[in-house]
Design a protein around this ligand. Structure first.
Ligand code: MRU
Length: 359
C-alpha cells in the first residue's frame, strides 16, 4: 500500500524490482479478500486482463506496458536469440495482449509505446533494449499517477462540499493509479475537508460499483451508498444528485464516450433531470483515430456473467439466451464536460479536444 500521508492507496499493479514479474491485487476477490497475484508469462497477463483480475482502462494500459517490458527482459536472456527474432517474438506477445479486451484503448496505446521503445533502441543489444522497455513501462505508470492527480484537481473545481454525486462502475484508484480518474476529485476533496454523499450504481453484471467503488470510498471515510442500477432515476428525482462522475474506456475524437454498460442510460437520465454529467478522461484514453463512437468496438462477454454470477444456481431458466455487451457509448451531446489532465473540455468536443491536445 502507498501512503501519501493523506489518502492511503493500494498498489494495484506493481512491477517487481528485478523486472521479472508484476504483482497485482486480484480485483475479482475484492471486497472480501485482498489477494495478490504474480504475473510472469504473457499468458498470465492475458488471463489477468481478460478475466478482470486487473481492470479499468488506465490500469490495464499500465499492466499491458509492464507485460511487454517483462517479456522483453525474458527474451533478452535467451541465448543466441537474434535481434530480428527478439522483435518477432515481442510483436507476437503484443498482439496477444492487445486481444485481451477490445474496448479500452489504453491497452493498445501502452503496448504500442513499449514496442516502439524497443524498436527505437534497435542495435543497442538485447539487454539494453529490455532495460529501455522497463524504463518506459515505469514511466507510463508514473505519468498516469500525475495525470490522475491533475484530473482530480480540475474535477474538484466543478463541485461544492455537500454535493450528492452519482457514479457508475469503478473509476477509482484500483482502475488507474493513486487518485484514479472519476473518483479522484472525491478523494482530494475529502483530504481538503469537503463532504460528499456518493451514490454508487452496483453496475450489473460484475458489480464493480458495489464491490470496488464502495470499498475504495468507504475505506477513505467518504459517505457512500450503493444503489441498484435501476434506482438512478429515483435518486435523481428525489434531488439527491448534484452531478454524475464517470470514467471512460475510449473517447472518440468527437467526444462520444465508451464506458461500462449502463453509463449512457445514466447520462440520458441526467439530461432529463438537468444534472451535469462529467466524464473524467486521461489523454491516454482519447482515440483521435476514431472519429465517432460508432467506430468503437464493444466487448461482448460470456452469458454466464448474467445468468450465474454470485448465485449457486442460474437465475435464468436453462436454454434462455443472455446478451452481455460490456460497454456502451454515451453520445457527446449528453456530456456536460470532459475533464482531462490538461484542462476541462466542453462541446463542441471535436474542436475543444483537438485544440487542447494539438491534434
Ligand atoms: O469492465 P471494466 O470493469 O474494466 O470497466 C471499467 C470501466 O468501465 C471504468 O469505468 C473505466 O475503465 C474507467 S477507469 C478509470
Amino acid at each position: 500500500m502507498i501512503d501519501t500521508g493523506k489518502t492511503a492507496f493500494y498498489e494495484n499493479v506493481r512491477l517487481s524490482d528485478d523486472g521479472d514479474s508484476v504483482i497485482i491485487i486480484d480485483q475479482t476477490k475484492l471486497p472480501n479478500e485482498e489477494v495478490y497475484t504474480e504475473l510472469k508469462s504473457i499468458e498470465d497477463f492475458y488471463h489477468a486482463i481478460s478475466n478482470l483480475q486487473v481492470r479499468g482502462a488506465p490500469a490495464i494500459g499500465i499492466c499491458a506496458g509492464f507485460a511487454l517490458a517483462v517479456e522483453a527482459k525474458r527474451l533478452s536472456l535467451i541465448r543466441d536469440l537474434s535481434e530480428a527474432q527478439f522483435y518477432e517474438e515481442l510483436h507476437k506477445a503484443k498482439c496477444r495482449i492487445d486481444s485481451a479486451r477490445p474496448t479500452a484503448v489504453n491497452l493498445i496505446h501502452m503496448s504500442d509505446r513499449v514496442e516502439k521503445t524497443a524498436l527505437m533502441n534497435a542495435g543497442k543489444g538485447l539487454s539494453e533494449i529490455a532495460a529501455e522497455c522497463l524504463r518506459e513501462s515505469r514511466l507510463i505508470q508514473s505519468e498516469d499517477a500525475e495525470m490522475c492527480f491533475k484530473i482530480a484537481q480540475y474535477g474538484l473545481s466543478l463541485v461544492k462540499s455537500g454535493y450528492g454525486i452519482l457514479t457508475h462502475c469503478n473509476a477509482g484508484p484500483l482502475a488507474a493509479s493513486r487518485y484514479g480518474t472519476g473518483l479522484g476529485a472525491l478523494f482530494l476533496g475529502k483530504e481538503r475537508g469537503y463532504d460528499f454523499h456518493v451514490y454508487s450504481d452496483e453496475t450489473r453484471p460484475l458489480m464493480q460499483g458495489a464491490r470496488l467503488t464502495s470499498y475504495e470510498l468507504h475505506r477513505a471515510g467518504i459517505d457512500v451508498t450503493v444503489i441498484c442500477d435501476n434506482m438512478a432515476s429515483i435518486v435523481m428525482k428525489q434531488g439527491k444528485i448534484n452531478a454524475c462522475f464517470v470514467g471512460c474506456d475510449r473517447v472518440a475524437a468527437n467526444g462520444d464516450t465508451a464506458n461500462k454498460v449502463g453509463t449512457s442510460g445514466v447520462a440520458i437520465l441526467a439530461k432529463y433531470y438537468g444534472i451535469p454529467f462529467y466524464v473524467f478522461c486521461p489523454s491516454s484514453t482519447i482515440d483521435f483515430d476514431c472519429s465517432t463512437g460508432d467506430n468503437i468496438v464493444i466487448e461482448e462477454r460470456g452469458e454466464e456473467e448474467i445468468s450465474g454470477l454470485y448465485f449457486k444456481k442460474s437465475v435464468v431458466p436453462k436454454g434462455v439466451k443472455c446478451y452481455n455487451p460490456a460497454f456502451d457509448v454515451t453520445d457527446s451531446k449528453l456530456i456536460t464536460a470532459i475533464i482531462t489532465e490538461k484542462g476541462i473540455c466542453r462541446a463542441p468536443y471535436k474542436e475543444s479536444l483537438s485544440q487542447l491536445f494539438g491534434k
